[in-house]
Write a protein that binds this ligand. Structure first.
Ligand SMILES: Cc1ncc(COP(=O)(O)O)c(C=O)c1O
Length: 394
């Protein structure tokens, strides 16, 4: 009997041609898979998603995501990394993997707000309590810890208000009562300081920001140096299904080689802008960890030479919301938006009184995220928009 020919659709799905092995290029290939195929039943039975010794399922990793995990671990000075669909998901993984009902988590009062909202809502519903602490007072943190405190978050510098805490003292305070320390390393990006040398157990990074660098990818990572802790996080990561797509992983892999250059350039431009603002009579305070007089500047100086291109200014109290809104609306090169570290310079205004229980200063705060445009254009844009601010006052 004549052997039937394979149907064309079968050949189009699994073609017998195999390209030659040994291809190499500047960038790694992109491996996309929900399903991973096994060579035989024995291989399927022997699968192990916990170690990176093979492939089991798209969620547990492909060569593309494994490569990105390894590069992020190296960037952060850690040993293992996990990738998640956003920086916020990375925060949620740490909370959910490391806390249980009856535990307490301490969060800096100036932390990234969605992480605080997670504590106020989901964690509270699961019987996990939280308190907010003043990150600029390590002694007060030490006094707050109880046997129930299992996790302390650290975020240098504070979101929006940019205070740079004394990291070694905060870590020492948490450790004195046996709590784990999770550090949000998004601002430092693995470049400004080493989270593990400071003593953190886990480093969370919104890869959405500098590692992606394009303003077009959402991703997060959790990096550790402790294999047992990694395994705990990895198990929760797997059960939650917080995997990432290979195309997004590829975008970050593509952007990583230029990360140190972009970070340095955005740092330099940010400091030039901060200095320009410090001379302006409209400004009451410049909030930038590298700026002398900014809260925690001495702590930054002890630990870092670099800084993210991110800073805030507080307008003099004579300028109200309407005037500052007029300033922000008049900006042309700066765009209004939240997610920093991309090529486009961004601006957001905040009313401090609505944000902090005890603001150390009054007035409307404007945060600038410096992108990659020419610095002179950013200064000229700020200057022309100040005319709108002053017109709105008049
Ligand atoms: C300090 C910090 N951590 C975490 C995040 C969350 O990152 P994502 O936007 O990827 O959820 C952000 C986002 O702005 C952030 O600024």
């Amino acid at each position: 009997m004549k052997k039937p020919k394979r149907g064309i659709s079968t050949d189009l799905i699994r073609h017998p041609y195999q390209p030659p092995a040994g291809f190499d290029a500047a960038l790694p290939g992109v491996h996309k898979a929900s399903t991973v195929l096994f060579a035989n039943v024995a291989a399927m039975r022997a699968r192990d998603w916990k170690q990176k010794i093979g492939y089991t399922y798209g969620l547990h990793g492909t060569p593309t995501t494994f490569m990105l995990e390894e590069r992020i671990a190296t960037l952060e000075g850690g040993l293992q990394s996990l990738l998640l669909p956003s920086g916020l998901a990375a925060i949620a993984l740490v909370d959910t993997a490391l806390l249980k009902s009856g535990d307490e988590v301490l969060i800096p009062s100036n932390a990234y707000n969605p992480g605080k909202e997670l504590a106020r809502n989901e964690l509270a519903r699961w019987g996990i309590t939280h308190r907010f602490y003043d990150p600029m007072d390590a002694q007060a943190l030490a006094e707050m810890l109880t046997p129930a405190t299992r996790l302390v978050w650290i975020e240098p510098p504070g979101s929006i208000t940019m205070e740079f805490p004394d990291l070694p003292r905060l870590v020492a305070a948490a450790r004195s009562k046996g709590a784990l320390v999770a550090l949000d390393n998004t601002w430092g990006a693995g470049l400004a300081f080493n989270a593990f040398e400071v003593g953190a157990d886990a480093s969370v990074h919104a890869l959405t920001k500098y590692p992606s660098g394009g303003g077009d990818v959402l991703m997060g990572s959790v990096t550790t140096r402790n294999p047992a802790l990694h395994l705990k996080l990895n198990a929760a990561h797997m059960r939650m299904g917080w995997g990432v797509g290979a195309n997004d992983a590829e975008s970050v892999l593509r952007a990583l080689p230029s990360l140190p250059l972009r970070y340095a350039a955005q740092d330099q431009a940010g400091r030039t802008l901060a200095q320009w603002w410090a001379q302006r009579p409209e400004v009451a305070q410049v909030l930038h960890p590298a700026w002398p007089g900014s809260p925690g500047h001495a702590h930054w100086k002890q630990l870092c030479t670099q800084a993210a291109g991110l800073f805030s200014i507080v307008f003099d109290a004579r300028y109200g919301r309407a005037q500052v809104d007029a300033f922000v609306d008049a900006l042309k090169v700066f765009k209004i938006g939240f997610s920093w570290a991309g090529p486009v310079s961004l601006v957001v205004s905040y009313d401090l009184k609505a944000m902090r229980a005890t603001p150390a200063w009054q007035g409307i705060l404007v945060r600038f995220s410096i992108g990659l445009e020419a610095v002179d254009d950013l200064i000229a844009d700020s200057e022309q928009a100040l005319a709108a601010l002053n017109r709105a006052v008049a």
